[in-house]
Design a protein around this ligand. Structure first.
Ligand SMILES: *[C@@H]1O[C@H](CO)[C@@H](O)[C@H](O)[C@H]1NC(C)=O
Ligand SMILES: *[C@@H]1O[C@H](CO)[C@@H](O)[C@H](O)[C@H]1NC(C)=O
Ligand SMILES: *[C@@H]1O[C@H](CO)[C@@H](O)[C@H](O)[C@H]1NC(C)=O
Ligand SMILES: *[C@@H]1O[C@H](CO)[C@@H](O)[C@H](O)[C@H]1NC(C)=O
Ligand SMILES: *[C@@H]1O[C@H](CO)[C@@H](O)[C@H](O)[C@H]1NC(C)=O
Ligand SMILES: *[C@@H]1O[C@H](CO)[C@@H](O)[C@H](O)[C@H]1NC(C)=O
Ligand SMILES: *[C@@H]1O[C@H](CO)[C@@H](O)[C@H](O)[C@H]1NC(C)=O
Ligand SMILES: *[C@@H]1O[C@H](CO)[C@@H](O)[C@H](O)[C@H]1NC(C)=O
Length: 559
């Protein structure tokens, strides 16, 4: 009947993943035989390849409710660990670890058997079960180490590790403590035997004792003898800023059955001892990846903050007889940063000069003309400086303004004050000439074309109000490349109503907006508006300021 029950039990266990309507992949069963009566922890996360965000849930088969996550509970889950504080024999059973990550689910089974262990030194009973993982090998004639395997989550504080051999505490001599390791130098056959390591574990204020027994065998022959290889560091220097944190890995490959001690040392002292007070520099826990013939170890050294005294001294990674160091160096001043800084300053300076030039461009050009241009303009076969083209608006007041501007103000400022010569239709043609001829002939004699624009009044249409000849002419002029000055009598908001040629000129050269009143007496060539016009007019030296009249007050820089 017992047999049947076992069969049934086995069958139901085998069927469990199928019966459960979930899609978790079952992995093989892991066997764990820890001793009862002391803390035990197991982490399943490294048993399957995972990545990204991982969710781990522990169950005790066949219960469907997860193990408690309450840290006060004797059995509870902590991060990915299941933690027994302490383990009892009743905890024996199958535990399931369900790992969920990005659409994948693994279920790991752990067959946990809590063994009743007697530590022979205390009970006087030398009968004890020693599992394989607590067997370690040392090689005669070498310097090697034993490891106290204490796998617990970070919330468990482990300290006061003591080592025993054949029931006696190990102290001094050829033995040195290195954290969870015991280093043994000049190993001899007598070093074999029963060892134990004991540690104190503190969790949420409660103290426990962990005791691991280790069977040590000494090998005298067939020692692989391979010297551990330090892949990094390579006696190199590392540039690091003063005050910054730093972590350096020591990467080592070593033969599988070598039990070399790996450690970081400074001034021939283990860093954890050298900085035992400040704990500024610490050695990290060793991690390893086993390969077929060798094991890849990584043990890092962490500087919480680099200090001046660290520079120039070697920090040495030891692995058995091998050693390699790194030296810290202050970083060289960053030449590139200076270069970039200088460049940025230059570009900034250039940009501000350009900006200032743009603001004062007109003043600078006008000043240059007045200072350096000869009084007489060069002979270019032209008779006039500008041809003035203007519409005849239908609205009374606009018509009056255009007339005032063209007939009175332009001649006053540009001709009398500045010495330019204008061609104004209706003033300068010879009597009796045909209109078309007047325009055609005289426009060729002008250096500039000034077009007066009157803004969109409903009745205003440039095309309608300019003679066809005029339009034909200025179209030709545009193609000729003669410079054109647009003067808006008022701000023109919508150029799309204008002929395309005007739109084109406006886009290419912009327009100058009239400012000031329409009294002939108050005009002065030194106002902003007239400076803009003069800037676009042909270069010309101004006549002496006496001709400017009293209207301009004291002469400005343009003189
Ligand atoms: C894990 O994934 C399985 C299958 O996708 C799902 O049935 C289960 O509810 C998940 N468990 C948790 C704790 O999210
Ligand atoms: C669990 O392991 C024990 C031995 O430690 C074994 O007797 C038992 O059959 C195992 N249980 C399962 C379900 O594999
Ligand atoms: C190593 O031990 C042997 C005896 O076991 C001894 O003769 C030898 O001097 C020791 N070597 C060192 C370097 O201590
Ligand atoms: C050392 O090995 C670890 C793990 O493979 C790797 O991440 C790290 O980059 C290595 N460091 C150096 C300095 O080679
Ligand atoms: C090592 O010792 C020397 C002299 O004893 C000392 O100057 C130096 O600072 C020490 N190295 C470190 C890293 O402290
Ligand atoms: C640090 O080590 C020194 C020398 O080994 C020792 O005197 C001192 O007591 C230690 N300090 C601590 C806090 O362990
Ligand atoms: C250094 O090693 C420890 C393990 O002791 C690890 O937790 C830590 O992340 C490592 N630091 C770096 C920067 O790799
Ligand atoms: C680094 O220096 C150590 C001595 O400290 C030496 O034994 C080792 O061969 C050197 N390694 C390299 C790669 O130069």
């Amino acid at each position: 009947r017992g047999m049947l029950a076992l069969l049934f039990c086995g069958a139901s266990l085998a069927l469990a993943p199928l019966v459960g309507a979930d899609v978790c992949k079952d992995t093989r069963m892991y066997r764990e035989t820890p001793p009862a009566g002391q803390p035990f922890a197991f982490n399943c996360i490294n048993l399957v390849p995972t990545s990204g965000k991982v969710l781990v849930t522990w169950y005790k088969y066949p219960s469907k409710s997860p193990i408690s996550k309450n840290a006060q509970s004797r059995i509870h889950q902590e991060q990915n660990w299941i933690l027994f504080l302490p383990l009892t024999q009743e905890d024996t059973g199958i535990y399931q670890c369900v790992i969920n990550y990005t659409n994948t689910c693994h279920r790991i089974h752990v067959n946990l058997t809590a063994l009743r262990k007697y530590w022979y030194c205390m009970s006087g009973n030398s009968q004890q079960t020693v599992s394989d993982e607590y067997q370690q090998i040392l090689h005669a004639g070498k310097d090697e180490s034993l490891t106290c395997y204490l796998n617990f989550p970070q919330s468990c504080i482990l300290d006061s590790i003591t080592w025993y051999k054949d029931c006696k505490e190990i102290k001094g001599g050829r033995f040195t403590h290195w954290g969870i390791k015991l280093s043994v130098s000049n190993i001899s056959a007598e070093d074999g035997g029963d060892y134990a390591c004991q540690a104190q574990l503190t969790h949420t204020g409660k103290k426990y004792t962990v005791l691991n027994s280790i069977t040590v065998n000494i090998k005298t022959h067939g020692y692989a003898g391979r010297i551990p290889k330090i892949i990094y560091p390579k006696n190199n220097s590392i540039e690091v800023q003063l005050g910054s944190p730093l972590t350096v890995d020591c990467n080592i490959t070593d033969a599988r059955d070598n039990t070399n001690l790996r450690s970081w040392r400074v001034n021939d002292t283990w860093v954890d001892d050298y900085y035992n007070e400040s704990k500024r520099i610490r050695e990290g826990f060793e991690s390893y990846v086993p390969f077929q013939k060798h094991i890849f170890y990584t043990v890092n050294i962490t500087f919480s903050e680099v200090k001046m005294e660290d520079y120039g001294h070697p920090f040495i990674c030891h692995a058995g007889v091998s050693a390699a160091y790194f030296i810290l160096k202050l970083p060289a001043p960053d030449v590139q940063a200076y270069l970039i800084g200088g460049l940025v300053t230059l570009i900034g300076a250039a940009a501000s000069v350009t900006y200032i030039c743009n603001i004062f461009k007109i003043d600078i050009v006008l000043w240059y003309r007045s200072a350096f241009l000869p009084a007489r303009t060069k002979e270019d076969g032209k008779l006039y400086d500008a041809y003035v083209l203007y519409p005849k608006p239908q609205r009374e007041n606009q018509s009056h303004e255009v007339d005032t501007l063209v007939w009175k103000i332009l001649p006053e400022v540009l001709e009398r004050q500045c010495g330019y010569k204008l061609f104004i239709f209706g003033r300068d043609e010879f009597p009796g000439q045909a209109v078309a001829n007047v325009i055609d002939e005289n426009i060729k004699l002008c250096r500039r074309l000034i077009i007066i624009i009157v803004p969109e009044s409903p009745s205003f249409d440039l095309l309608k109000n300019m003679s066809e000849e005029q339009i034909a002419v200025y179209n030709a002029l545009i193609q000729d490349g003669m410079k054109i000055i647009l003067i808006e009598l008022e701000k023109v908001r919508d150029y799309t109503a204008m002929p395309e040629s005007i739109q084109y000129i406006q886009q290419k050269h912009g327009a100058i907006q009239w400012s000031g009143d329409f009294t002939e007496q108050s005009q002065c060539a030194k106002t902003k508006f007239w400076k803009k016009v003069r800037y676009h007019m042909p270069p010309k030296r101004l006549p002496p300021s006496s001709s400017w009249g009293a209207k301009c007050g004291t002469p400005g820089i343009a003189h």
